[in-house]
Design a protein. Structure first.
Length: 210
């Protein structure tokens, strides 16, 4: 049943689906990171997600969380998340951040495939190795570098367009109340997270430029 788990064809096809989600995020001026959750036994796409932090004003709404919630919303009543995700692979265009990597452990994922690295906040080997840490939840395997250049190209487009949601522009479009300080901070964190991928030093360029 697990034969196609990390097969090249399914891996690339699934990452293209994740890139398509990232494109949708870019179209609505969200940080362009996309994600799909795929069932290993038959390649069924269980759920898709893309960054949604700006529209929701919720800095935790990264692509992985969006996809996890979508998967659970359509799961059979009474389904246990770990049973569901243990049998799936999560594909995401950029390395899961520390927050998402921890969430993926508790959700029960065993396999994660990502595109470009996130050198500043990545939780799967860059900043920290949450995926293999002796902490709660399950450890998971990672495979990286699948369409990394494409993932970085999308992020570059986001910043090249001087997007209103990029960190240079502090003002928010939403009618956020004064208490939105945390939102701004988190938005900047996420943005700098992306910049680390896009414009970092030589080691980052290695993974980014291939
Ligand atoms: Zn994240």
């Amino acid at each position: 049943m697990a034969a196609a788990r990390f097969g090249v064809e399914s891996r690339e096809g699934n990452m293209r689906l994740a890139l398509a989600e990232a494109e949708k995020a870019l179209a609505v001026q969200e940080v362009p990171i996309g994600c799909v959750i795929v069932r290993n036994c038959d390649g069924h796409v269980v759920a898709r997600g893309r960054n949604n932090t700006v529209a929701t004003g919720d800095a935790t709404r990264h692509a992985e969380f969006e996809a996890i919630d979508a998967a659970l919303a359509h799961a059979d009543t009474g389904a246990i998340a770990s049973d569901l995700f243990d049998a799936c692979t999560l594909y995401v265009t950029c390395e899961p951040c520390v927050m998402c990597a921890a969430a993926l452990r508790y959700a029960g994922f065993r396999h994660v495939c990502f595109g470009c690295r996130n050198d500043k906040f990545g939780g799967c080997g860059s900043a920290l190795s949450v995926h293999q840490a002796p902490t709660g939840g399950t450890s998971f395997q990672v495979e990286e570098g699948v369409f990394a250049e494409e993932a970085i190209a999308l992020l570059r487009r986001f910043y090249a367009n001087e997007n209103v949601n990029a960190p240079q522009a502090r003002k928010r479009q939403r009618n956020a109340p004064a208490a939105a300080g945390s939102e701004s901070v988190d938005a900047e964190v996420e943005a700098s997270d992306v910049r680390a991928c896009v414009s970092g030093g030589g080691s980052e360029s290695q993974s980014a430029e291939g």
